[in-house]
Design a protein around this ligand. Structure first.
Ligand code: PNS
Length: 174
């Protein structure tokens, strides 16, 4: 192999690390679906759970992290970390360049596109990859899950059973 061809070859093994950020209050089956899709594309995923005291959350940061860790307990290629401050700084600290975001519908696009371009403005190497969830989850959101659960509705089809149990505990239902 001559030098030119050799230098154009891919590095045989370089891990691609992607960050999947969000509030995850709580993690839904839609988030799980995006993570599973991401794991097929990237070597490692770091789920970045926003700790934001300004935004009112049903679950504490510790609980939101713990629920994701429980669901992916047997997935060695996934880590869950709480973060505050700028997302791009978190991404850099974890030796990643890719940010994963789920796009459920066209209505998500404007906000997501703005964030992707702003993150790139903050750090030119940041690339956002949008993944479409399974169509079953295209109308699902954590805020709807919280609302339906708090009004006594059945959200068992939208969250992992361990999340459902914590929701029931939190809302004083057994
Ligand atoms: O689950 P969400 O609310 O859609 O997640 C939003 C999140 C956490 C991705 C976004 O709020 C974020 O990145 N916050 C960190 C602060 C930051 O970097 N802001 C500038 C983004 S352009």
């Amino acid at each position: 192999m001559n030098n030119l061809v050799e230098s154009e070859c891919f590095v045989p093994w370089m891990e691609t690390i992607a960050v999947y950020p969000g509030f995850f209050d709580p993690i839904t089956n839609g988030h799980v679906d995006i993570i599973l899709r991401g794991l097929r594309l990237f070597d490692k995923i770091v789920v970045a759970v926003l700790k934001n005291p300004k935004k009112e959350a049903l679950f504490s940061t510790k609980d939101r992290v713990a629920m994701i860790q429980e669901i992916f307990a047997h997935q060695p290629d996934l880590k869950v970390k709480a973060f505050d401050g700028l997302l791009v700084e978190f991404v850099k600290r974890h030796n990643a360049k890719i940010v994963i975001r789920g796009l459920r519908a066209v209505s998500d696009f404007e906000y997501e596109f703005q964030m992707a371009l702003m993150n790139r403005q903050l750090w030119a190497e940041a690339e956002t990859v949008f993944l479409a969830p399974d169509v079953r989850y295209s109308y699902l959101s954590a805020s709807l899950v919280r609302e339906i659960a708090s009004l006594g509705g059945d959200v068992s089809g939208f969250v992992d059973p361990r999340v459902l149990q914590r929701l029931h505990q939190k809302l004083g239902r057994q």
